[in-house]
Write a protein that binds this ligand. Structure first.
Ligand code: FAD
Length: 479
């Protein structure tokens, strides 16, 4: 099988019998027909069709043509370049807005399999587990969501208050036998939870003992697995909500109600030392950030297009502060491109012969974009001002007031309808529920910005020291 069409993908997801609760209701029947999930699944299906399209095959298929690019383990810098182009091509078709296109988690599975010897340090069975998880994913062209954050009842850093042996809050191992382990408790937060083939569970960094340290995959319709999805921000009318209507992904709390996981699906188990090394030594941190930064480049290109289109349509480009605001978007775009090129040109093969982009610029890109995205959205708001509030709806244009709209709401060079389409798009990006969730996503999907910045501070320590010594040498000469 190896590479599926969009239709095959949808057929497979329709057969999943995941337990999903959304807005107080149990999702009955096919998720592919549910109003909360239908649109995003179709958007993902179109990504699979692109892979099989001859026009894109060179970029979107792995070099051996047996899988899509996300499963290819990069061995050379040319492989990285190809991966960058592929990620950006998929992102262009979803405007950089779809956070979880299949390659985000697939890449993690591929890189972990490439570094299977890392897991085998704890026993060869763990190396074999990650390898067979990878092979199954490639063979079936799977998609995953993932979860690695413990829910916390209080803001205590490592221990979720209310935890008890009988009723754990954070998902933990409560039993093990010769066949596998039993997990009970919850994790947050799985974007697209319940509507991907499988769920990747990574060991949580916030643990009190080894009961919380496990890495595994489970099919989304595993018995006892529940996805508590937030109410959908999706909308029906594409004219009024062009993004909410097409790219709303959903996010779910994941509950493990005595979920049994067979040993052959467990690739990390109760090993604190390996857990502490997982992200850096295998290379998955760099690859996750590399995927994210490439998607964010495309998203910034899209935002630049929206910003300039607003400037043209509202005819406000003569004001220097407006020019300055669009320039800020250009600066963000060039900065993001710079981070990626820096990471790519400084890439080095790791101990598993995986060509890993340099982590430091990518960590910097994560810090930068977590904060900058909010400013980019603010710029869209400042350019659009009250035009977003007065923008009419599709129904207005089909009503008796349409003529008045054409008279009062048109642009200098555009019809009222054309102008409204742009305003509704910019509005959906910047002030809708969907747009606000995008802001939270860019801030938090890789972790809390404060702690991500703190991670960079500590990671860059050796370089900081080098520059401190430079300054000290200079100071000595001043005596
Ligand atoms: C839209 C969206 C989608 C997501 N999708 C996924 C997904 O698919 N898979 C997944 O695993 N995760 C996902 N996440 C979760 C993401 O990983 C977490 O949001 C992130 O790790 C931060 O954790 P938290 O939300 O629990 O915030 P908290 O850790 O509770 O932080 C809340 C606030 O308290 C402060 N704070 C808390 N503790 C500390 C501390 N020790 N030191 C300093 N400040 C502190 C933070 O700075 C922050 O301001 C998603 C998040 C969002 C918003």
């Amino acid at each position: 099988m190896a590479m599926v069409t969009g239709a095959d993908y949808l057929k497979r997801i329709a057969q999943l019998e995941s337990t999903i609760w959304i807005d107080g209701e149990f999702v009955k029947g096919k998720s592919t027909e549910h109003p909360a999930f239908k649109a995003v699944l179709e958007a993902k299906a179109s990504l699979y069709d692109m892979v099989l399209d001859d026009a894109h095959a060179d970029i979107l298929q792995a070099s051996d043509k047996n899988a899509n690019f996300s499963f290819e383990i990069p061995r050379t810098k040319a492989d990285l370049t190809k991966r960058r182009k592929a990620t950006q091509l998929w992102a262009q078709s979803t405007l950089g807005v779809l956070g979880r296109s299949p390659e985000y988690v697939n890449t993690m599975i591929a890189i972990m399999a490439g570094a299977k010897d890392f897991f085998a340090e704890d026993g060869k069975e763990y190396g074999e587990s990650i390898q067979s998880i990878y092979e199954r994913a490639v063979k079936n062209d799977y998609t995953f969501t993932h979860t690695f954050v413990n829910p916390s009842i209080s803001r205590k850093p490592f221990y979720p208050d209310g935890e008890s042996v009988e009723q754990p809050v954070a998902a933990k191992i409560i039993e093990e036998n010769e066949k596998g382990v039993v997990i009970d408790g919850a994790r947050l937060l799985a974007t697209q939870g319940g509507i991907t083939d499988e769920l990747l569970v990574l060991p949580s960094a916030a643990f009190v003992d080894s009961d919380y340290l496990f890495g595994c995959t489970v099919p989304s319709d595993t018995e006892g697995l529940l996805f508590l999805s937030r109410p959908s921000f999706g909308k029906e009318t594409q004219f009024d909500y062009p993004l909410s209507a097409t790219l709303e992904e959903g996010d779910a709390v994941v509950v493990f109600d005595h979920v049994f996981v067979p040993w052959e699906r467990v690739f990390m188990y109760r090993n604190e030392w390996l857990m502490s090394q997982l992200f850096a030594r295998t290379g998955i941190e760099a690859f996750l950030l590399y995927q994210a930064a490439n998607r964010q480049i495309v998203k910034t290109e899209w935002l630049l297009g929206v910003a300039q289109a607003l400037v043209d349509t509202l005819n406000i480009g003569q004001h220097t502060h407006v020019q300055g605001k669009v320039s800020e978007v250009i600066v963000a775009l060039e900065a993001m491109r710079g981070f990626v090129y820096s990471a790519e040109t400084q890439a080095q093969a790791n101990e598993y012969e995986i060509m890993v982009p340099k982590l430091e610029p990518l960590k910097a890109s994560a810090c930068y974009f977590q904060m900058t995205y909010a400013r980019l959205i603010e710029i869209i708001q400042l350019l659009g001002a009250s035009h977003f509030i007065s923008a009419p709806s599709k129904k207005d244009f089909a009503s008796p007031i349409a003529g008045r709209l054409e008279r009062f709401m048109r642009g200098e060079y555009t019809s009222a309808k054309e102008k409204t389409k742009l305003l509704r798009l910019a509005r959906d990006l910047s002030i809708s529920e969907f747009g606000s969730r995008q802001m939270l996503y860019e801030r938090y999907f890789f972790g809390d910005p404060v702690r991500v910045a703190s991670g960079l501070y500590h990671f860059a320590d050796c370089q900081k020291q080098k520059y401190v010594e430079w300054v000290q040498t200079f100071l000595k000469k001043m005596d």
